[in-house]
Design a protein around this ligand. Structure first.
Ligand code: NAD
Length: 276
């Protein structure tokens, strides 16, 4: 029997636990979100984050700009860095052309970096220190643990080597004693590599790439991909219907990793508040 890893329900449970925790805090944690430009998808993501934050009792402060100069944006981040009532700062990506994303992300105080993208936090993750961890991989780990508690010695294959998903994902699996292989667009014989995976993470951005004959019998499969098909429907990087029966556990798209990413953003904000 395949276990469906329902991220929608797990995220709901995480949010309820956070709401309970926040009720007992002396003040509401505050998340500052910076949205620049007119990307409709970014506007929707920010709206969802704002709604989720308010529902658990996190105060959200949205800074919206059609355009802003690099220096003005850096000045705003500096102001938020030094504002004691702000616990988390998130810059919605991608930034419009003309803004230096790297410089902007590095300007955020690492302790308020609730996205976990700051080089200091990525470095701390690498050396095994406690640090804010990127929300998507953090959510994936919670989903994996729904299927299996102890991951020691398991073979994990992560497809995708982005800084926001693939690389931190590999570090988290390594931290839990998996033997980790990172695959990417230049990897040779990817299906064969995947067939050795007890845990398979797909973060590619190409619809239904992973097929049943890539999957080891009883693997745990986590599908990070979000792809929009021509018919308007969303699908993942894994061919869900093809693979389902072969897996011990699998995430659907939607209602898999996506809701967990938002829940982990809220968790990181509360953790940033508590670690002050
Ligand atoms: P990215 O484009 O930065 O990275 C994609 C990675 O896939 C690259 O490392 C590339 O080498 C690899 N790749 C591309 N084609 C490949 C192929 N044919 N075979 C093997 N590897 C290949 O993307 P990203 O930001 O890491 O996101 C990946 C996917 O996850 C996207 O669909 C994105 O929308 C989705 N995503 C979802 C969430 C969520 O909350 N569910 C969060 C972040 C990203």
């Amino acid at each position: 029997m395949t276990l469906l890893l329902n991220g929608f329900e797990l995220a709901k449970q995480c949010r309820l636990e956070l709401a309970e925790k926040i009720k007992k805090l002396p003040r509401r944690p505050k998340l500052a979100v910076l949205l620049i430009g007119n990307d409709p998808a970014s506007a929707v993501y920010v709206k969802n984050k704002e709604k989720a934050a308010n529902e658990v009792g996190i105060q959200s402060e949205i800074h919206r700009f059609d355009t802003i100069s690099q220096n003005d944006l850096l000045a705003l981040i500096h102001k938020l860095n030094t504002d004691d009532t702000v616990d988390g700062i998130l810059v919605q990506l991608p930034l419009p052309a003309g803004l230096d994303e790297k410089e902007i992300l590095q300007a955020i105080n690492p302790e308020k970096d609730v996205d976990g993208f700051h080089p200091v936090n990525l470095g701390k993750l690498m050396i095994g220190e406690n640090t804010p961890v990127a929300c998507t991989p953090k959510g994936c780990m919670k989903l994996i643990h729904q299927a299996k508690e102890d991951l020691t010695g398991l073979n994990a294959v992560v497809i995708g080597r982005s800084v926001i998903v693939g690389k931190p994902m590999a570090q988290l699996l390594l931290r839990e004693n998996c033997t980790v292989t990172m695959a990417h667009s230049k990897t040779r014989n990817l299906p064969e590599l995947c067939r050795h995976a007890d845990i398979l993470i797909a973060a590619i951005g190409k619809p239904k790439t992973v097929k049943a004959d890539w999957i080891k019998e009883n693997a745990i499969v986590i599908d990070v991909g979000i792809n929009r098909l021509e018919n308007g429907k969303l699908c993942g990087d894994v061919d869900f219907d093809d693979c389902f029966d072969k897996c011990a556990a699998i995430t659907p798209v939607p209602k898999g990793v996506g809701p967990m990413t938002i829940a982990m953003l809220l968790e990181n904000t509360v953790e940033a508040y508590c670690s002050k």
